[in-house]
Write a protein that binds this ligand. Structure first.
Ligand SMILES: Nc1ncnc2c1ncn2[C@@H]1O[C@H](COP(=O)(O)OP(=O)(O)OP(=O)(O)O)[C@@H](O)[C@H]1O
Length: 752
């Protein structure tokens, strides 16, 4: 007889704590030994990890480590600072989250110890994603974790933030809490992680990140991870790294991008970019594709117009000007879709782990090779394969390809059969013509594209002077080329002066795009101003751009009370400023005053006013009559063509069915309304199909009354109802000649 397993007595709280403390002592010793070992670990359980973390990893099926995890985890668990670099999609997130959880666990961190670890990510989406991974693998631990990103209610965050042990945040919002939230204390911080470290340490975030670091204790462990890692000594000094371990697993590999990623580029003239993109979509309807464009406005224009052209696949768009809830919704939606196109700015370029993306298309060239690598890395993640396609203008090809080759990106040129390209220019033109909002979006997209090219740092790739501006505007469907004016830095001083030094939190954005411009401006000697209706001067949004002291004083301290009053009173300002002028534009786009007076001498020379008036009236009358006659002829011809077409169709159908006597069913309708005509014609043809199957007059009558009823439901105008009541059936031999038609028309006019 086998003895039954005696039921184990559950451990008391004290016993549990003792067991945990034993485990921790054991782990501490093993982690210290890690520096001595030169052993390759393969599975997570081989590392000195807590049973809680191992359970968490197991629950999401992470068993075997990826290369970066194998190399970075032992070093980080040993307590050293780490500079981790590995290809996109190679599992860097776990390489910093596991040491973070383990460190706090080994230090027996409790809610009373406050903030123990900080993870900083460049975009909100990436922060959300990291938070989700942390939640998944850390669920067995009793540590509290919070997500601190812009676009959420700051007050709610303020209430909770001081209770958190781990924070995942974007730089702007974190600094805001450091400045404003009472009781937010970082003095006990044990670990700082920068994901996409090179991005966080670059110029766009420089001042914010410096200010954050000033608030952190120097005694801490720091981990930096990115696919394109910084090695700048200056950057490392800023972070006070101590003897960091540089773990770059793919540095020696032949290529810097994933092995299963096939990368191609095509040369595409600027005015044909959207044709190429649309043609690609039409021929890849069963794919999941991420499309990168250079600005929010580009994204919006392409998204709105392509939606209206119904390509036959779901379209989504993601950019920094959307509300946070919308951004999260789109992120989740695209993640869960099998076939869809997501048009996005560079906010989607780094770190995001959308599952199973088949293609990444870069419609607008990336600012540099690093950005290319991050964008294209949204596909072929972990063990999956994927494809990348880059569209380059002829002027961009040489320098961009050189830059990519220098960064070990294997990219091949392919040619596209011009016969396969669908031109959408006419459709865009008609959309812009019909919908002023689309036209407005198009103008904005045009300007923002030109602006982004102008602002690019690498002038060997981006040559604004070589862009075919007019043709590009035409290709977007715009009726004319929007005016753009590039002005020198000195000319923008006034505009700068008028900007307040600080911007509100709602204006602060982690939007890659804005920072990207920001960064570029810092590099540029010149600034750019766009001559747009909303005074779209390229202004600096970010808080870390200060005005020179001198300028600041001029704006903030008016020299007299009168000036102060004037500066703050809209009424006084409006009184002194010039009144606006109303202009009318002719067909050629030339502006005219609303009332333009003829030169008096010319007017008198043309004869007496009464005679002139008479001549004018006669001239206009003749013109009207002529035009009227032309219109009538056209309308008549249209009606005739339509009748002939309808008759031929009917005849063919009758013959096919051998329905006996030829019958034409006519109902009263307005001949002017083409749309209604065609609708009713379609209805009649449908009904006739039914008639044919019954084949007798009674059915025809009942169908006619059916039609009257459905017409009444559809058009609720009185006249239509009246007409329908009067509707009769007219059976005639099919008219063969023009006389027959006229006779039939007369009968109809005379009420049969
Ligand atoms: N050990 C593992 N076993 C199985 N899958 C893993 C493992 N580690 C990571 N992954 C998966 O690999 C994918 C990419 O991981 P992750 O997002 O961490 O990559 P990354 O290196 O940070 O990429 P990027 O450079 O683009 O930010 C994720 O879907 C993740 O679930």
């Amino acid at each position: 007889m086998g003895s039954r397993n005696p039921k184990r007595k559950p451990l008391s709280r004290k016993e549990k704590r003792e067991q945990e403390f034993n485990e921790i002592d054991n782990l501490e010793a093993k982690c210290e030994e890690l520096s001595l070992k030169d052993r390759e670990f393969v599975n997570f359980y081989e590392l000195p990890l807590s049973s809680k973390t191992l359970k968490g990893l197991n629950s999401v099926h992470y068993l075997e480590m990826t290369e970066i995890q194998r190399k970075a985890l032992p070093v980080a668990l040993n307590g050293r600072d780490v500079l981790g670099a590995a290809k996109t999609g190679s599992g860097k997130t776990l390489a910093f989250l596991i040491p973070l959880i383990e460190l706090l666990y080994r230090k027996k961190w409790t809610q009373f110890d406050g903030l123990g670890a900080l993870v900083i990510a460049p975009t909100r989406e990436l922060a959300v994603q990291i938070f989700e991974v942390l939640r998944a693998i850390g669920r067995q631990h009793s540590l509290s974790a919070g997500l601190v990103i812009g676009g959420k209610n700051v007050n709610i965050e303020q209430e909770r933030i001081s209770r958190m042990n781990i924070l995942i945040c974007t730089p702007g919002r974190l600094l805001q809490h450091m400045d404003q939230t009472v009781g937010f204390d970082c003095s006990n911080l044990q670990m700082l992680v920068l994901d996409e470290a090179d991005r966080i340490l670059d110029l766009g975030f420089e001042k914010t990140v410096n200010a954050i670091i000033e608030n952190l204790p120097k005694q801490r462990q720091t981990l930096l991870f990115s696919a394109t890692q910084t090695k700048s000594v200056k950057d490392l000094a800023r972070l006070s790294l101590k003897n960091p371990a540089y773990v770059a697993v793919h540095e020696k590999s032949e290529y810097s991008t994933p092995q299963r990623l096939a990368q191609h580029y095509i040369i595409c003239p600027l005015p044909q970019k959207l044709d190429y993109l649309f043609s690609f979509i039409k021929s890849h309807l069963k794919s999941k594709v991420l499309v990168f464009l250079s600005s929010c406005k580009q994204v919006r224009f392409v998204f709105e117009t392509f939606c209206k052209m119904h390509p036959g696949v779901p379209l989504l768009h993601l950019h920094g000007k959307q509300k946070q809830t919308k951004r999260v919704e789109i992120f989740n939606k695209f993640s869960n879709m099998k076939c869809a196109y997501l048009f996005a700015t560079d906010i989607a370029a780094r770190g995001l782990d959308f599952p199973a993306v088949d293609w990444v298309i870069q419609v607008d060239a990336p600012e540099d090779a690093e950005t290319y690598i991050h964008r294209v890395g949204r596909t072929a993640r972990y063990e999956a394969s994927g494809q990348g396609l880059l569209l380059l203008l002829p002027s961009e090809e040489e320098a961009m390809i050189d830059a990519l080759k220098a960064k070990k990106v294997p990219i091949e040129k392919i040619n596209v059969k011009s016969s396969k390209i669908i031109s959408i220019q006419n459709q865009l033109q008609s959309l812009c013509f019909r919908d002023p909002e689309i036209k407005y979006l198009g103008q904005k997209a045009f300007k923002s594209y030109m602006r982004s090219v102008y602002l690019q740092k690498n002038k060997l790739i981006f040559k604004v002077d070589e862009l075919p501006a007019e043709k590009y505007a035409e290709s977007l469907g715009l009726p004319g080329t929007p005016k753009i004016k590039f002005i020198k830095k000195s000319e923008t001083k006034n505009a700068i002066r008028q900007r307040p030094k600080q911007v509100s939190e709602s204006e602060r954005t982690t939007d890659e795009e804005d920072k990207h411009y920001q960064k570029l401006i810092d590099h540029e000697g010149d600034k750019i101003a766009i001559d747009s209706e909303d005074g779209d001067l390229l202004s600096l949004k970010r808080i870390d751009h200060e005005l020179p002291d001198e300028l600041e004083q001029k704006t903030s301290e008016p020299t007299s009370k009168r000036k102060l009053l004037k500066a703050t009173s809209k009424k006084l300002w409006a009184k002194d400023s010039k009144k606006g002028q109303k202009l009318i534009y002719d067909d050629e786009g030339n502006p005219h005053q609303v009332y333009e007076l003829q030169d008096e001498r010319e007017f008198l020379a043309a004869g007496a006013p009464v005679v002139q008036k008479q001549a004018f009236v006669e001239k206009e009358l003749t013109a009207m009559k002529n035009q009227d006659a032309i219109d009538k002829r056209i309308a008549k011809e249209k009606r005739r063509q339509k009748k002939l077409k309808y008759k031929a169709k009917l005849k063919a159908e009758m013959e096919a069915q051998e329905l006996g006597p030829k019958t034409v069913l006519i109902s009263p309708q307005s001949e002017d309304d083409e749309y209604q005509e065609s609708q009713e014609e379609a209805v009649q043809l449908d009904k006739l199909d039914d008639i044919k199957s019954y084949g007798n007059k009674r059915n025809i009558e009942s169908l006619q009354s059916d039609k009257a009823t459905s017409d009444q439901e559809e058009y609720d105008g009185k006249q239509v109802r009246k007409d329908n009541k009067r509707a009769k059936i007219l059976e005639v031999e099919e008219p063969e000649t023009l006389e027959d038609h006229e006779k039939l028309a007369l009968q109809l006019l005379n009420g049969f």
